[in-house]
Ligand binder design. Structure first.
Ligand SMILES: Nc1ncnc2c1ncn2[C@@H]1O[C@H](COP(=O)(O)OP(=O)(O)O)[C@@H](O)[C@H]1O
Ligand SMILES: [Mg+2]
Length: 253
């Protein structure tokens, strides 16, 4: 079976406008603004604490903005989540890997939005799960516990969940942390293919060396968006210094 292609979209696949998120006294995002076009891989780059994970959580509706808004394929975060148009692969440390669940069941969770609470999975749901597992090359490991997979395999299992969900927008929070180069290359190739198919991918990364292979554009974040540009421009020393160096104004405050 072939998974349904993502819905055709007019306008931005993801629009983040003037987004401010605070945790008590900490301002994690401060007027972040950018928008993503359909069918591209975008890197999200910034130092620890620059607000990358908060941005993903805001897009998923998991944290509430203090100001600004997010639109996913023109929908509010609430509508987007209900319709399953956006899928999220959390940071490794945000997942309980000891939870006893098989890979196939993780992927089947991508169908729950369609199933409703009461309905049992049907043939079409199992077919979608099989197709998603095949797409990420995890068919042989479908019955294994998620906790027994390698780091890269776990990421692919979560990507498969997003595919089973038929999400048009995929968010991945530091999928390359703790995985080896080969695994990173495999995952990168997969994300590229998925974008070429018309999905929109936003992926945070610390690996600046591979930024050019990973993405078409990157967003440089430091609570707000410093720059949204192709990797070559992001990687210019003066731009990296703005995101990773010490900001004199801040050092003084
Ligand atoms: N649940 C939380 N409660 C309080 N502060 C938080 C919470 N989550 C994140 N922060 C703070 O918000 C800022 C941004 O964090 P985060 O979005 O995790 O950044 P990144 O993913 O880029 O490392 C940091 O200063 C972090 O300590
Ligand atoms: Mg983070």
């Amino acid at each position: 079976m072939i998974l349904d292609p993502p819905r055709a979209v007019v306008g931005a696949a993801l629009e983040v406008r003037d987004l401010t998120v605070r945790y008590g006294a900490v301002t994690a995002l401060d007027g972040a603004t950018f928008s993503l076009r359909t069918g591209r891989v975008t890197g999200l780059v910034g130092m620890n604490g620059s607000g990358k994970s908060t941005l993903f959580k805001a897009v998923m509706g998991l944290v509430r903005p203090d100001a600004g808004h997010v639109r996913v394929q023109g929908l509010s975060t609430e509508q987007a989540r209900r319709r399953g148009v956006v899928a999220y692969v959390p940071q490794t440390e945000d997942v309980d890997w000891t939870f006893p669940v098989a890979v196939r069941d993780v992927v089947l969770m991508g169908r729950y939005g369609r199933l409703g609470l009461a309905r049992r999975p049907r043939r079409a749901d199992h077919d979608a799960v099989d197709a998603a597992l095949a797409r990420v090359d995890l068919t042989d490991l479908a019955d294994r516990q998620i906790g027994a997979l390698s780091g890269g395999q776990r990421k692919r299992a979560f990507v498969a969940r997003g595919l089973a969900q038929e999400a048009g927008v995929l968010l991945l929070d530091e999928p390359f942390a703790g995985v080896d180069r080969r695994t990173e290359a495999t995952l990168t190739a997969l994300l590229r293919e998925l974008a070429a198919d018309g999905r929109t991918v936003l992926v945070s990364t610390h690996d600046l060396q591979s930024l050019d292979e990973l993405c078409d554009d990157a967003v440089l974040l430091q609570r707000r968006v410093l720059l949204h540009a192709p990797p070559a421009e992001i990687l210019r020393p003066e731009n990296l210094a703005r995101a990773f160096g010490v900001d004199p104004a801040e050092a003084a405050s």
